[in-house]
Design a protein around this ligand. Structure first.
Ligand code: SAM
Ligand code: SF4
Length: 326
């Protein structure tokens, strides 16, 4: 078991498999993006070696992310390798859904349990504007394919951006009347790359909640108002699904954080919104012993920052969201 100095049990690893993506969401990366050279990235066997290392330290929950994880060449084999790693209890994925209609069945058969699919609006033109390159039909087909493949409960992620989709939250929330999905609204967070937009056009969870209640009725807390992962979950009257709010900026959930992140280049990051990083890939490649690597991870976990410093104006600028993994 790995505990930090505040007594939090850290057992959830988000592995970013690539910084590449087949979309260019305006809040995530610039259109002209420079990617890291392939040799700097974790190779398939290195992803699995590091997964075994973390599993041996009590990490039992893995989420694959990116960049876009489904663009990784051997994604099905990687999922299978991780799912078959002793002591790993669950493997899930955050994806833009574009390739899911082709991959969902194979991913489910390989051991993937669930997916979170990003969709910020139901309006095709606004979707294109937000993602620059996306066709909403692909994502919708991906959502249905995920459901058919049993990658459930399907969760949909929407980042709310003023001037782009703040009114569209109502249509997205309405989906939960007819589908047993969890639609989650995410406050936009600031990183390097597109910081001005991320700060200037952020919409708070409170504002989004107000908008939804005005159109769809009272939001009732689910699970006694307890956090479900990072989301506070509610439902609207007569709904099959739930609505989650991830208010990382206005009401952070740091006290309940159980996670660590592995970047595509094999760097351990103990807080999404802090710049401090611990290189694991270089020691792995230069012959560090298992014991040395275990020590590096345990020390990093012990020193996990209590929380982020956005309220004090500390913005992590050394990587973009797509280079860390959301
Ligand atoms: N490409 C996949 C996707 O879009 O779902 C996985 C990676 S993406 C970086 C993970 C999640 O982070 C997505 O739900 C995305 O909308 C969200 N995201 C990206 N940039 C963000 C930002 N600046 N603030 C908050 N969420 C962000
Ligand atoms: Fe790609 Fe996901 Fe970033 Fe959009 S949010 S550009 S889909 S990595």
């Amino acid at each position: 078991m790995a505990f930090d100095r505040f007594g939090r049990k850290i057992h959830y690893l988000r592995i970013s498999l690539t910084d590449h993506c087949n979309l260019r969401c305006i809040y995530c990366m610039p259109e002209e993006m420079t990617f890291r050279p392939p040799a700097e990235m974790m190779q398939d066997d290195e992803v699995l070696m590091l997964t075994r290392l973390f599993a041996g330290l009590g990490f039992d929950k893995i989420r694959l992310t990116g960049g876009e994880p489904t663009t990784r060449l051997h994604i099905v084999d990687i999922v299978q390798g991780i799912a078959n790693t002793p002591d790993i209890q669950s493997v899930s994925m955050t994806t833009n859904g574009v390739l899911l209609s082709k991959l969902a069945k194979r991913l489910a058969a390989a051991g993937l349990e669930r997916v979170n699919i990003s969709i910020d609006t139901l309006d095709p033109a606004k979707f294109k504007r937000l993602t620059r390159w996306g066709d909403i039909e692909d994502v919708w087909e991906g959502i249905l394919a995920a459901e058919q493949a049993g990658l459930t409960p399907v969760k949909l992620n929407a980042v709310v951006v003023r001037g782009y989709n703040e009114e569209d939250v109502v249509d997205l929330a309405r989906l939960t009347r007819e589908h047993p999905w969890q639609v989650r609204f995410i406050e936009m967070m600031p990183f390097g790359g597109t910081t001005e937009l991320q700060i200037g056009q952020m919409v708070t969870a409170q504002e989004t909640m107000g908008r939804i209640e005005q159109s769809l009725g009272l939001l009732t807390p689910v699970g006694g108002g307890e956090l479900d992962g990072e989301a506070r979950v509610y439902h609207i009257p007569d709904a099959l699904g739930d609505i989650g709010f991830i208010s990382s900026v206005s009401a952070p959930f740091c006290a309940n954080c159980t996670r660590a992140r592995l970047t595509p280049d094999g760097i351990l990051r103990m807080c999404l919104l802090r710049e401090h990083e611990i290189d694991l890939l270089t020691p792995l490649r230069t012959g560090a012993s298992l014991e040395d690597l275990r020590k590096l991870v345990l020390e990093a976990v012990w020193n996990k920052p209590w929380g982020h410093g956005l309220a004090g104006g500390e913005i992590p600028l050394n990587r973009m969201m797509s280079e860390i993994g959301g």
